[in-house]
Design a protein around this ligand. Structure first.
Ligand SMILES: NC(=O)C1=CN([C@@H]2O[C@H](COP(=O)(O)OP(=O)(O)OC[C@H]3O[C@@H](n4cnc5c(N)ncnc54)[C@H](OP(=O)(O)O)[C@@H]3O)[C@@H](O)[C@H]2O)C=CC1
Ligand SMILES: O=C(O)[C@H](O)CS(=O)(=O)O
Length: 492
């Protein structure tokens, strides 16, 4: 163990949650070839763990084990599966602090946000544990006197997930929970930067009574290899991915050969619209939440802030004042609201967007540069005079840049907001009910926040339209993608 891993281990009430082996077919193993990869703390840059770097062979064994274990698991009652998921939920919440410390250490978000993510991830386990008892079929009046029609909903089979680094607990929980609830087997491949949260979840799943082999977590630095195994292995019947649209396209192409059922939670470019009848203080509060949560590293972060001309200057001043109060630092430290970006390429991307704003006539009113803390810390930034021709209007910044666009009419705002290939989340602030009704119906997005900047809950269907994805996660809808519908026609 490296020195800083020892430090992390000393912070934990239960150090056994800091697992660095792969969880394959019910066993904790090293990689077949003994390979390891480093996990670094993005706030300090130091190595906090070296994790088993598994490849396609181990992934294939995990898939085979999931196929074998899923049949007796699906044969158990929904209520029985619900009991195991409830135990898993209870263990996640009992170990919330340790899970949050591990998450902050490998991803960088402030501890307060990490605690929130653990509760958010656990809420999916709780929710789908309850839904396990409600996988209803239906009977349909026959089309002929001797016919009886029944519809069954059965588990699709082995599901595989590929998830990003920005929510290393919740993005897996949002997928594995419905899969296990209905009786599927599951193989999870976490992001290279953040495998420890997923491995800690597996430790608790084993303790909760998830049967041997049903769930595997396969850390690997070879994302493309594992993705090919998931897409080419005929035993896998479902691929569920969260990440960029670019990678989503690659996986969809690969999965097409197997005609595999895919769920895709992809990139976004969320507009945040402030109309002149908005409550400006609430709008600023919502913009701060939506834009700067996870240091701007969420797919539903406001990426473009459109402000109606009559309130533009007042909103810009209020927002700049709020942004200047953010405290940048190590997420482990008390009072820190804004941690580091995940890596150097993330810093280069926000620098590119800021440079583009300045080169094309925009201005920076707050921030705009790397933070004096060094590393991947960056100053929370507000830009004004931003226009639709700039990069930030087309590309996802995935960092702490709040670009302000000015608009005149409601029609202009809707046209500007919809001018993107993405369609995940959008937000607007207004008080006139006629305007609220017109705008919420006209915006082409899967998620609309009206007078709120935070929309995340396990109770609602999360997902995008256009090139932001396929399918929905969470809510009663989130279970459908792990089920197959079977029509039975009985002649009596
Ligand atoms: N809609 C949503 O809910 C979300 C969308 N996103 C989007 O994802 C992006 C940021 O996350 P980021 O992690 O950089 O996204 P990426 O798409 O680069 O990576 C996501 C995951 O896919 C893996 N991956 C990358 N290439 C391949 C491949 N060829 N085959 C199989 N797996 C692959 C990555 O592995 P590796 O570890 O090697 O990078 C990672 O685990 C942003 O665009 C953001 O908007 C992020 C979170 C949620
Ligand atoms: O990955 C993400 O960005 C999450 O899906 C955002 S949320 O679910 O936490 O809102």
């Amino acid at each position: 163990m490296t020195d800083t891993t020892t430090k992390l281990e000393h912070l934990l009430r239960d150090p056994s949650l800091l697992e660095t082996r792969a969880f394959v077919a019910g066993e904790w193993i090293s990689a077949d070839d003994g390979a390891l990869f480093d996990v670094r703390n993005p706030a300090r840059g130091d190595v906090i763990a070296q994790v088993a770097d598994v490849g396609r062979g181990e992934a294939a064994r995990a898939i085979a084990a999931a196929e074998k274990a899923r049949h007796p698991w699906a044969a158990r009652t929904g209520k029985d599966r619900a009991g195991v998921l409830r135990k898993w939920f209870d263990l996640m919440m009992e170990n919330q602090e340790d899970l949050a410390l591990i998450l902050t250490a490998e991803m960088g978000k402030p501890l307060s946000e990490a605690r929130g993510e653990i509760a958010y991830g656990a809420s999916f386990v709780e929710w789908f544990g309850e839904e396990a008892k409600r996988v209803y079929g239906e009977t349909i009046p026959g089309h002929q006197p001797d016919k009886r029609i029944t519809v069954l909903r059965q588990p699709i089979g082995v599901a595989a997930s590929i998830t990003p680094w920005n929510f290393p607990n919740a993005m897996i929980a949002r997928k594995v929970a419905p899969a296990l609830a209905v009786g599927c087997g599951f193989v999870a491949r976490p992001a290279t930067e953040t495998p420890l949260s997923a491995l800690a979840m597996a430790v608790l799943a084993e303790r909760a009574g998830v049967p041997k082999g049903l769930l595997s977590v396969i850390p690997s630095s070879r994302a493309s290899d594992i993705g090919k195994e998931f897409c080419e292995n005929p035993v896998v019947r479902k691929l569920t991915f969260t990440g960029s649209t670019e990678v989503g396209r690659i996986l969809l192409r690969q999965a097409a050969d197997q005609v595999m059922k895919c769920s895709m939670e992809l990139g976004g470019n969320a507009p945040f619209i402030v109309f002149d009848d908005a409550d400006l203080d609430r709008a600023v509060e919502g913009a701060m939440t939506s834009k700067f949560r996870n240091n701007g590293q969420t797919c539903v972060c406001a990426n473009r802030i459109y402000v109606q001309a009559g309130v533009y200057d007042a909103f810009a001043a209020k927002l700049a004042a709020a942004v200047s109060k953010l405290k940048v630092g190590d997420g482990m430290d008390d009072g820190v609201s804004t941690g580091p970006l995940i890596n150097e390429s993330a810093v280069e991307k926000i620098e590119d967007h800021i440079r583009d704003v300045l080169d094309n006539g925009g201005s920076i009113t707050t921030g705009g540069k790397r933070h004096e803390l060094g590393g991947t810390f960056f100053q929370p930034t507000v830009a004004t005079g931003v226009t639709q021709s700039m990069k930030v209007a087309k590309e996802e910044t995935f960092g702490p840049l709040a670009p302000l666009f000015r608009f005149d009419t409601e029609e202009d705002a809707i046209a500007l907001a919809n001018d993107t290939i993405f369609g995940l989340a959008c937000y607007f602030y207004a008080r006139d009910m006629g305007r609220i009704t017109r705008v919420q119906e006209a915006l082409e997005y899967g998620i609309v926040g009206v007078n709120t900047g935070i929309i995340s809950t396990e109770l609602a269907p999360f997902g995008g339209v256009k090139q932001s994805g396929l399918g929905r996660e969470g809510s009663r809808h989130g279970i459908d993608d792990f089920l197959e519908m079977k029509y039975i026609c009985l002649s009596i």
